[in-house]
Design a protein around this ligand. Structure first.
Ligand SMILES: [Zn+2]
Ligand SMILES: [Zn+2]
Ligand SMILES: [Zn+2]
Length: 420
C-alpha cells in the first residue's frame, strides 16, 4: 500500500519513526484516550540498525550510544563514578595470524618485498607498487591458491571463543602471580572489559579491547594494590603470545602482531579511544551493503559485485557449513561476516552503562504525550518502510542536515574524531 502524503503528513511520519530511513511497520489497535475509540492503524518503529550503510540516522544514534558506553567506562558518567578514571586500564589490539600474503600499504607506502620472489604456483610474491589507501587490491592475496581460505574462516568463527578463553587465562595467571587459587580471583579483584571487533581488509577480524581493573566489592570499586598496569600488561602479553584454543581439528591462536598500551595515564586520549571504537561499531563486514545481510542462497554470493577475494571468503564460509565436522558452527548464517559470529561490541558486566538503559532513557524522553495510546498485545509485523517512498529520502536528507548543523555548532568545541 503506497500513497502520496502531504508534506506535513510526511514530516510527521518521519518524526514518529524517530527519523529512521527504513522503519519497521507494525499493525495494531490504538485506543484514543480522549474519545475512547479503538482504531486500527500502522505503527512505525525505528529499525535501530547500527550499520550506517543500512540506516544513517539509526546508526548515528547507535554510534552516540556506543560512545557513551565506551567512554563512561573510562571516565565515568551515566551512573558510573568518575573514580574509574584512576583505575589501571589497558588498551589492547589483538590480530589474527597470517593466512597468506596479501597486498598492503605499510606506513612508508610500500607493499611487499620478499626474498622468495615466486610461490609454488609460480606467482609473484613481491609487489613493488605503492597502493593508494582506497585501492581495492589492498587486503587481497598475492596468490589465491596460497591463501588459506578455510583457515581464515575457521579463525573468524572461533575468534570470540578465543578471546573468552584468553581472558579466563589472564585471570588465572594473575592469580598465580599472587599465590592464590585461580577460582578465587574474583574474591580479590575484578577485570572489566569492552571489546570491539573490526574487520581488516583481508577479511579477518581483529579486536580492540579496553581492560580495566576493579575491586572485588561493589561495582566500580577501586582495585587491590597488587593489580597494577605493568603487571596486567605483562600477563596479557604472555597469554596472548602463547595461548591457543585447541579444537578437534585445529589450534586457534592470535597473530604475532598485537599492541598493548597504557590507557590509565591518558586523559583526552581516552576519549579518542572511545570515538575510535564507537566508529567501528557502525561498520559492516566490508563497509558496503553487499555484506550487510545474511545470504539465503549460494547464488546470491556468486552474483555479488565485489572483489574475487571477498566473494571467495563468503563462498568458503557457505561451503564449509556443508562439512559434517563444522555442522555445529552455524557457519552458513554468518557467511556475510566471513564466519565471524557474535556482536561487534561486547563487554563484561559492570564495564559501564548498558545500551538498553540508554535506549530506554531516550524512549522515555522522546515519548511525547499523545491521545493515541497503543493497545498492547495486538501488533503484527507488516513489512518495512514508509507508505510514501519519498519519506526515505526525506529522512536521510533531514539526518544529513542535523549532522551538518551539529558539526557546525561544535566546530569551536572541537569534535573528537579519530582516523585510524
Ligand atoms: Zn533506522
Ligand atoms: Zn601490492
Ligand atoms: Zn601460490
Amino acid at each position: 500500500m503506497s500513497h502520496k502524503m502531504t508534506t506535513v503528513q510526511l514530516f510527521n511520519e518521519i518524526k514518529r519513526a524517530g527519523g529512521c530511513s527504513n522503519p519497521i511497520r507494525l499493525n495494531g489497535e490504538f485506543l484514543n484516550s480522549v474519545t475512547g475509540e479503538v482504531n486500527e492503524r500502522a505503527l512505525l518503529v525505528a529499525c535501530k540498525d547500527r550499520r550506517s550503510v543500512v540506516c544513517p540516522s539509526c546508526s548515528y544514534l547507535y554510534k552516540a550510544d556506543a560512545w557513551i558506553v565506551v567512554s563512561t567506562g573510562l571516565i565515568g558518567g551515566k551512573g558510573v563514578p568518575a573514580s574509574v578514571s584512576t583505575h589501571p586500564r589497558l588498551f589492547v589490539t589483538l590480530t589474527a595470524p597470517s593466512f597468506g600474503a596479501v597486498h598492503a600499504r605499510k606506513t612508508d607506502g610500500s607493499c611487499r618485498v620478499r626474498s622468495q620472489p615466486r610461490c609454488r604456483h609460480g606467482r609473484m610474491m613481491t609487489c613493488s607498487r605503492r597502493h593508494v589507501d582506497t585501492d581495492p587490491v589492498i587486503g587481497t592475496p598475492l596468490c589465491v591458491d596460497c591463501f588459506d581460505y578455510p583457515g581464515a574462516i575457521l579463525w573468524n568463527a572461533q575468534s570470540s571463543r578465543l578471546w573468552n578463553r584468553t581472558f579466563e587465562h589472564v585471570r588465572r595467571r594473575l592469580a598465580v602471580t599472587q599465590n592464590f587459587a585461580s577460582e578465587e580471583f574474583d574474591h580479590h579483584a575484578r577485570l572489566r572489559y569492552l571489546k570491539v571487533a573490526e574487520f581488516q581488509r583481508r577479511g579477518l577480524v581483529h579486536f580492540h579491547v579496553i581492560v580495566r581493573c576493579d575491586g572485588p566489592g561493589e561495582p566500580f570499586s577501586p582495585p587491590p594494590v597488587f593489580l597494577t598496569t605493568p603487571l596486567l600488561a605483562t600477563v596479557i602479553s604472555s597469554v596472548v603470545s602463547d595461548f591457543s584454543l585447541t579444537t578437534a581439528h585445529s589450534a586457534v591462536a592470535w597473530g604475532r602482531q598485537f599492541r598493548i598500551s597504557d590507557a590509565s595515564v591518558l586523559d583526552r586520549d581516552d576519549l579518542r579511544i572511545a570515538a575510535y571504537l564507537a566508529k567501528y561499531a557502525t561498520k559492516t563486514t566490508d563497509g558496503s551493503l553487499d555484506f550487510a545481510r545474511r545470504f539465503h542462497a549460494r547464488s546470491e554470493i556468486l552474483n555479488l559485485d565485489v572483489t574475487p577475494h571477498l566473494r571467495k571468503l563468503a563462498l568458503t564460509t557457505w561451503d564449509l557449513a556443508l562439512e559434517p565436522e563444522h555442522a555445529t558452527m552455524n557457519l552458513r548464517v554468518h557467511a556475510h561476516a566471513f564466519g565471524f559470529q557474535g556482536q561487534l561490541i561486547t563487554k563484561s558486566r559492570h564495564y559501564s552503562t548498558r545500551f538498553q538503559d540508554l535506549r530506554d532513557a531516550r524512549a522515555a524522553y522522546m515519548a511525547s504525550p499523545s491521545s493515541d495510546d497503543p493497545v498492547t498485545g495486538t501488533f503484527t509485523y507488516d513489512g518495512r518502510g514508509y507508505d510514501d517512498p519519498r519519506a526515505t529520502y526525506v529522512a536521510e536528507f533531514l539526518h544529513r542536515l542535523a549532522v551538518e548543523a551539529r558539526s557546525a555548532n561544535s566546530a569551536t568545541n572541537k569534535v573528537i574524531e579519530v582516523n585510524p
